[in-house]
Design a protein around this ligand. Structure first.
Ligand code: SAM
Length: 246
């Protein structure tokens, strides 16, 4: 029996995709289409213990500060980079300077020891991140098919041998959104799993030496996809409810 098979058979297979971190609550509540994925993001950071996290598309920091909060709670020795023009685009909407100011204020107050905001176009920051260094990449920029195809191709060389990429909006089919189409192809090329709630989140294991926790996750989630999706949809709805009450 290999290590992963041992891990999944010797424990309840739920342990491969659910943990205490899945129920953590966010401190930073910001407006976004993303918070329903916070429970899985907490679990993911716990599972892969990334040494380097990069996010393409940060806006108010709804997703980014979940990654940062997880790194703090887990006392990880990690570097995190948030990339955005902080001007918006035609899909997210064009917004004012106050958005960057608020993200920057939160970052300076709480996360600046390990987190850096790289302002500009994603491609302009390629030289700032070493090839083969990123353990966790979140792609959430513009959502056209050509945009996500470009972002993935441009940033794939940055991924480490343990690298995991997550894509937001894989279940969004409104006009101009093509992540679903990109996901249809790329999800067949690597170990993958998809969540359908909160506009969808694709999880892709691009590294050839994924952590055992992620190997176990892909095996267990393939065996009981509906259970995994239902659990995280429920946990995500609780977080969304809290955001509405705020
Ligand atoms: C959907 S929003 C990000 C949402 C965010 N992840 C959240 O949790 O709410 C997309 C962001 O990507 C930025 N963006 C889109 N294309 C970009 C590019 N090529 N370079 C830099 N920023 C970009 C926009 O300014 C916008 O703030």
């Amino acid at each position: 029996m290999n290590d992963v098979a041992e891990m999944t058979s010797s424990t309840d297979s739920r342990d491969a995709w659910l943990g205490a971190s899945s129920s953590w609550k966010r401190t930073h509540i910001t407006t976004s289409a993303w918070p329903g994925h916070a429970p899985f993001a907490f679990w993911l950071v716990d599972a892969i213990r990334p040494r380097s996290i990069v996010e393409l598309g940060t806006h108010f920091g709804s997703s980014y500060f979940v990654f940062c909060e997880a790194a703090v709670r887990l006392q990880l020795d990690t570097r995190a980079y948030a990339l955005d023009t902080w001007q918006g685009d035609d899909q997210a909407g064009i917004y004012g300077e106050e958005v960057f100011q608020s993200v920057s204020a939160t970052n300076s107050a709480e996360f600046s020891s390990f987190s850096t905001l790289l302002r500009g176009y994603f491609d302009d920051s390629l030289a700032s991140i070493a090839d083969g260094s990123v353990d966790l990449l979140h792609i959430d920029g513009r959502h056209g098919y050509a945009d996500v195809t470009h972002d993935f191709a441009a940033w794939l060389p940055k991924m480490s041998n343990r690298g995991v990429v997550i894509f937001h909006d894989i279940a969004e089919h409104q006009e101009g959104f093509g992540v679903w189409q990109f996901w249809e192809g790329v999800s067949k090329q690597y170990p993958s799993f998809e969540f359908e709630h909160a506009h969808g989140l694709g999880v892709l294991g691009v590294g050839p030496d994924l952590p055992l926790t992620m190997q176990a996750f892909f095996a267990a989630s393939a065996a009981s996809p509906d259970q995994v999706r239902a659990a995280y949809e429920r946990l995500g709805a609780q977080i969304e409810e809290l955001a509405e009450l705020h």
